[in-house]
Design a protein around this ligand. Structure first.
Ligand SMILES: Cc1cc2nc3c(=O)[nH]c(=O)nc-3n(C[C@H](O)[C@H](O)[C@H](O)COP(=O)(O)OP(=O)(O)OC[C@H]3O[C@@H](n4cnc5c(N)ncnc54)[C@H](O)[C@@H]3O)c2cc1C
Length: 434
């Protein structure tokens, strides 16, 4: 197999890797960007469905997210303005309730305020999550915290339903990450929910990614999965699964957390990091698009985890006389997103008579290059293990939305961590350390 060399190899062409490759190559370094799939974008994936572009993965961004907002401004890419929605359905205590957005907020806000009461006090600097003294809640799961509130069955379901978009397993996900997210949004859960799940990019995430890639001078190689990364103290050798070896002064590893156990890294990583990589994060959720017959009244719908196959639903677009609805399932294995009738049945929990004519979905859990959706860390991993991957490991630098501090789990965090890795590599190359 051919051998080659360059200044920096960047592995993974999601938002983190593409940002790192752009920044490094613009600095004048020779960069090779290796991507396993035959497309860029990773867990963002703007595809064609129903005769238009839809985002099958990460979608929503916000002007309060500094990294993504800066890139959108730089490339003159606007946000898409969502439909006005003033109808909410929520399944609680065995009944579907409905009301205006204000009615729903009145039910949720006092409960969310109790759940997130300590968010800002615990994470006063939500961009420095490694510095906190957090041992008392380090092992707390979201389920532990829900239990500790001793809510009535109705209130518990209301709170469960609003969290369910972001939950696969109450017993496996740490409270810390939810608190960090709320802290970054002024301690206000409703504000966080707007930043995390409301405003799409006009033209899709691919438009922004292409704009960043357009500035990059890196050599992009698709369909090139990496098998191992070895820092021998003088240089880094990256070996692809087909045996090609690329030598570089540094490497940026911008891979999903749940795929890192498939890569061999030497020298070995620290034990807490290895444990996190081995245990993986537990987000095995699904995002399903449904095309619904006719132009229906826009609505949101929420159901507690385990009580409906679809846990969070929102009308997103009117399209060619029909309506496109985006649905999140807390448990991807509870529903087959390609099964039109199953999706229709789950939507009829909220809106009897709704008719699904087509669906679009990507299986992020079964996809070997993601093995899950967005990150939600297990207890203790966000503050005690992920920071270990934000530090350089010799000539190997890690990046990605999964290990970001501010913006963890999202596109903003991916861009931030890619930019930070590029900054650190550039500094090390300039100092002659790499
Ligand atoms: C369904 C879904 C909905 C989401 N919704 C939102 C949202 O609305 N807003 C938001 O901000 N975020 C959202 N996210 C999260 C967001 O998409 C991710 O946090 C972000 O895209 C991660 O970027 P990344 O570059 O760190 O990782 P990725 O995008 O996963 O990129 C990693 C890349 O590494 C590649 N790779 C894997 N293994 C190898 C290998 N061995 N060799 C070479 N390459 C490899 C992958 O193919 C991939 O291209 C969502 C995610 C999903 C799945």
């Amino acid at each position: 197999m051919a051998n080659s060399s360059c200044d920096v190899v960047v592995i993974g062409a999601g938002f983190a890797g593409v940002t790192a490759a752009r920044d490094l190559s613009v600095e004048g370094h020779s960069v090779v960007l290796l991507e396993a799939r035959d497309r860029v974008g990773g867990r963002t994936y703007t595809d064609e469905a129903f005769g238009r572009r839809v985002d099958l993965g990460g979608t929503y961004v916000h002007w309060t997210q500094p990294n993504v907002w800066r890139e959108l401004q730089r490339h003159r890419i606007p946000l898409a303005v969502p439909l006005d929605i003033d109808k909410v359905y929520w399944l609680a205590d065995g009944t579907v309730h409905s009301g205006s957005q204000l009615d729903y907020n009145a039910a949720v806000s006092p409960l969310a305020a109790r759940f997130f009461a300590d968010a800002r006090a615990r994470f006063p600097l939500p961009f420095e999550v490694n510095a906190v003294d957090n041992d008392d809640i380090g092992q707390e799961t979201i389920g532990d915290r829900l239990d500790s509130l001793a809510l009535s069955p109705y209130d518990r379901d209301v709170l469960d339903g609003t969290l369910a978009t972001l939950v696969h397993s109450y017993s496996e996900q740490g409270t810390e990450q939810l608190l960090v997210w709320a802290a970054a949004s002024f301690g206000d859960w409703a504000a966080f929910m707007e930043t995390a799940g409301y405003w799409p990019i006009e033209g899709g995430t691919r438009r922004l990614l292409d704009a960043i890639l357009g500035e990059s001078k890196a050599e992009l190689r698709l369909s090139t999965p990496v098998g191992s990364i070895d820092d021998d103290g003088t240089s880094v050798t990256v070996t692809t699964r087909t045996g090609e070896r690329i030598r570089a002064r540094s490497a940026v590893v911008a891979l999903p957390l749940n795929t890192l156990s498939d890569i061999s890294v030497s020298p070995r990583l620290a034990q807490p990091v290895r444990d996190m990589i081995e245990q993986k994060h537990p987000m095995r959720t699904a995002k399903i698009w449904a095309r619904v017959r006719g132009e229906i009244e826009p609505f949101f719908a929420f159901a507690p985890v385990g009580k409906n196959p679809l846990n969070s639903v929102r009308v997103e677009y009117l399209h060619d006389g029909d309506t496109l609805v985006v649905c999140f399932a807390s448990d991807a294995s509870a529903i087959d997103g390609t099964d039109r009738e199953a999706v229709q049945a789950a939507l009829r929990t909220f809106v009897p008579g709704i008719e699904v004519v087509d669906t679009a979905v990507h299986d992020w859990v079964g996809d070997e290059f993601s093995q899950g959706t967005w990150v939600h860390h297990r207890p203790g991993h966000l503050t005690k293990a992920a920071p270990g991957l934000r530090e350089p490991h010799g000539r190997i630098h890690f990046a990605g939305g999964d290990i970001a501090a501010f913006g963890v789990g999202g596109i903003d965090g991916a861009i931030e961590s890619g930019a930070r890795a590029a900054r650190d590599v550039t500094a090390a190359l300039a100092d002659g350390h790499h």
